[in-house]
Ligand binder design. Sequence first.
Ligand code: AMP
Length: 582
Amino acid sequence: MRYEPIKKHGIADMKVKPNLLDYERARREMSWESMAKELEWFDDGHINIAYEAIDRHIKTPVRDRVALIWEGKDGKTERYTFHDLYRLTNRFANVLKRLGIEKGERVFTYMDRIPEIYIAILGTLKAGAVTGPLFSAFGSDAVRDRLADSGARVLVTTPRLVKTVDAVVDSLPALERIIIVNREGVPYELKHREVSYEALMEEASDEFEIVKTDKEDFAIMHYTSGTTGKPKGAAHVHEAIVGHYATAKYVLDLHPEDIYWCTADPGWVTGTSYGIFGPWSNGITQVVYEGGFSASHWYRVIEKHGVTVWYTAPTAIRMLMKAGEKVAQKYNLKTLRYMCSVGEPLNPEAVLWGQKVFGIPFHDNWWQTETGCIQIANYPVQDIKPGSMGRPFIGVTATILDEDLATELPPNREGHLALKVRWPSMFRTYWNKKDLYESRFKGEWYITGDRAKRDEDGYFWFVGRADDVINTAGHLVGPFEVESALIEHPAVAEAGVIGIPDPIANEVIKAFVSLKDGYEPSEELKMDIKRFAREKLHAVACPREIEFLPGLPKTRSGKIMRRLLKARELGLPEGDTSTLEE
Ligand code: AMP
C-alpha cells in the first residue's frame, strides 16, 4: 500500500530557510565542482579532511564556537571549541610524527565514543595517515581480521578494550605501537609496545604543519561485509570531504545556529561522514552521547542540549515507537526542526510517527559505506512519499538496471540500483582486493548490490539486497563471516546463516547448525554457541536464533544453500533445487 505524500508548502512557513531552495534548479546549476569550490583547497590544490573540518575555521569567528558537546554515560558533559580541537588534533598529529608514522600508513582506533576518538581520527588525518575506526563492540577475531588486512602500524585504544587485542596481538606483526587512552586514570601498567596517550599528548606541541595530502591520497577505511569472504576495507580519499560537506549542508540542512546530533558510532561510516566530517566542515556544533539506546535517555539528550537537527536510524525509531508517545511527551523536544534517517528501510509508519510525535516527519536517505556520502535523499523542500528513499542528490545520477546490468529500466520496474561513476566520496578500492573492487562496476555504473524501483517522479523505492548480506539494526553482516566463526566451535560441523524479518531490527540472524558426532542438541549448547560467536565477532553478528538440523542442504559442489534455508524458514517457494545434493 502506498501512503499519501507529505506535502511541503514552500519555505514561507519553515522555521529556517533551507540551504537547498529548489531541487530541480540545483540539479541543473550545481555540480560537484561548484560544491568543491565552497571548501578551502590549500597550497595549490591540496586538500585534507581534517583541515576542512577544523583548521579552516580557525581564521574565522567559528574558531570559538563549540564543536563538540560530549555527554558521557554517567551524564558528565564536556565542551570543546573548534580551537580546542585544533590544538588537540595538532598534538595528536605530533604524537604520530614522533612515533615515526608516515603519510599513507594506517592508524586505527578501537574506542568507545569518547572525545579522544575524535581527536585521534582527525589528528591521524593531519599527519597524512589513514584512519580506520573499529567499533568498540567488536570481538577479538573481528579486530584481528581488520588490523591484519589493513597492516595498521598503530592502534589507539583503552585499558578495557586492549584486553581483546591482547588475545590476537601475536598474529599482528605490523602493529608496532598501541596507544592507551586512560581518561579515567584507572591503574594500568603499560606492556610491551604500549605507550600512554596522556603522557605523549602532554609533551606534544600545539603547532603542527598539516601534511600536504592530495585529493586522491587515502584518508579513511571502513570495513564492510559481503556475501563471501571476510569483511573488506572500503578505502576513501581526502577528496571525499567534498561529498561529506555538501550533503551535510544540502541534505541534513545544517545551519550555523544548529545543535546537531548524529546517533551513529564512528565505527560505522555514518558516524564518521556525518558524525565528524560533514558537520564540522560546515562549522556546526554537534552532540555526542557516549551511552547506548534508551528512549528516555535519548529524549533527555535532545532536551538538555536543545538538539535542532537529528540524524538517526530506523531500528532506533521503531524502538522509540515501541516505547510509546507518552515517554516522548515527558520531554521538551520543541527545539527539533529537522530529522533524518539512514541505514535500512524506513517504513512509512515510522515517517508518519515522526510527524505525529515531533510535528515533523523523518526524512529517509540512502547510501553505503562504499559511496561515502548520501546518494539518494528526501529534502526539506520536497514532498515526502512515505516509504521512498527520495531522489538523487545534486551531482548524483542513479538508475535501475536490468538483470544483465546492461539496460536502464523504465519507471516502476524492479532491478539493480546503480550509480553513475564517479563522485568525490566514492571508495577508490577495497584494501588488498582490487579485483573485487573492479567487479563492482559495469561500464559507467557502480552496482550497489541493492534492488530498487524508481517511480515516474524520480523517487527511488528500496526493494531488498541483491545478495545474501543481512541488514540487522542498520548493520550489514555477511553470512560467511558468521558461519566461519560458528564452525570454529568444537560442537559445530556445518553452519548456514540467513536473515529473517523482524519488526524492530529489520532482520535478525538465524543460524542453522549441524553437530559433530558425539554432540547432542540442547538449549545449553545453543547458548554456548551464541556466546562463542559474540566473543569472536560482536553482538550485532551474533545469531538471535539457532536451529539444529541433522544436515544442511548443499549444492553438489558442497555450497550451503542459504536461499533454500530461507525459503523453508519463511514458507516461500523453494525455487530451482536442481543443484541440490542428493
Ligand atoms: P552500510 O554499507 O553498512 O552503510 O550499508 C549500506 C546498505 O544498507 C545499503 O546497501 C542498503 O542495503 C542499506 N540501506 C542504507 N540506507 C537505506 C535506506 N534508506 N533504505 C533501505 N536500505 C538502506
